[in-house]
Design a protein around this ligand. Structure first.
Ligand code: HEC
Length: 148
């Protein structure tokens, strides 16, 4: 009897953990995405002030953010491509900052900004077209109501 109770408790703990609600998922995603905006602004501030520590620290934060599970809103090759572009540009920003190369930082910042724009364009396209070959991604976004 005791064993059964223990086994049930275990099952509840392991299997029955409640999934985060759509509202919670949305809140987590917003937090992550606005953190990304804050760090990219911080890189820009560092560029304006030639503050290389601020630049490399913020670029590192951007890389960490891009590795969070919530980042992967879409599981498509294109989304992965944009993610890689973004991460690579952020990596170059950090590297140039460590070399105190402000022009190099500025150029990589431009690259990263272009990756923001391209990925967002892709996200909008998928949203609008509701591409039939990406039902999982579309369903995921449909479950997470946009707040804006
Ligand atoms: C690989 C794709 C990708 C890249 C690169 C990317 N984003 Fe995003 N971004 C997203 C997705 C997906 C969302 C969430 C959209 C949603 O609300 O469902 C998002 C949301 C946001 C939001 C919140 C807006 C909203 O309506 O939810 C901001 C602000 C933002 N991104 C800024 C940036 C900035 C600044 C950069 C570059 C430094 C960037 N993003 C790069 C994919 C990307």
């Amino acid at each position: 009897m005791k064993k059964i109770i223990l086994a049930s408790l275990f099952a509840i703990l392991v299997i029955g953990r409640p999934c985060p609600s759509p509202a919670q998922q949305r809140a987590d995603l917003d937090k992550l995405m606005y953190g990304k905006l804050a760090s990219s602004k911080a890189v820009f501030e560092g560029i304006a002030l030639a503050d290389f520590n601020k630049i490399s620290g913020s670029a590192e934060k951007l890389i960490q953010i891009s590795k969070m599970a919530e980042w992967a809103v879409f599981k498509t090759p294109q989304y992965e491509l944009y993610t890689n572009e973004f991460r690579r540009a952020a990596g170059v920003i950090g590297q140039k900052a460590r070399n105190k190369n402000l022009d190099g930082v500025a150029l990589a910042y431009f690259d990263m900004t272009m990756s923001c724009i391209r990925c967002h364009q892709y996200v909008r396209e998928v949203r609008e077209a509701r591409l039939p070959h990406e039902p999982a991604a579309v369903a995921k976004l449909a479950r997470i109501p946009a707040t804006r």
